[in-house]
Design a protein around this ligand. Sequence first.
Ligand code: NI
Length: 188
Amino acid sequence: MIYPIVVYGDPVLKKQGKNLEKEKTDVIQLSNDMFETMEGANGIGLAAPQIGKSLRMFVVDGTPINDEEEDMSDFRKVFINPEIIEESGEDWVFEEGCLSIPDVRAEVERPERLRIRFFDEKWEEHEEEFDGMKARIIQHEYDHIEGILFTDHISPFKRKILKGKLTNISKGKIKTSYRIKIPISGKR
Ligand code: NI
């Protein structure tokens, strides 16, 4: 099932997600739906809050950006109840985008390496290290389950420049190739 993607301005994107419970959520179904939704929007990562679920879960698929520089062929994964244990290395800058903030890109600085503990869709526990683009994708998605968007990392000046665009997104004044859920604006 393809979900509409929640966009900037929706309170669910600012909320910290809750841990999943094995008995409560069919994580196989949910991860399939999340992969399908992400692929439908040509994304390389998608977090549960982006489909309106305030849960600590995200999926990544780096295979569309696999190249000689960085092998992404095995980077298609589900992260459930993840905990970043450690970040290390030098900070580096990359221009990020987000399915929840269509047509907006901005440079974000993040550490190059991380160690993360998580469960996969079979509820098997892993502890792994990632660097480069893989770490970058994980950090971006991990932020989502903490209620943080990449626009929270940019300078106040840059945010001021983007303000009009962000307001338009929150009002649904945006064209996307995928279905979105427009935040309820004004009074409820
Ligand atoms: Ni995002």
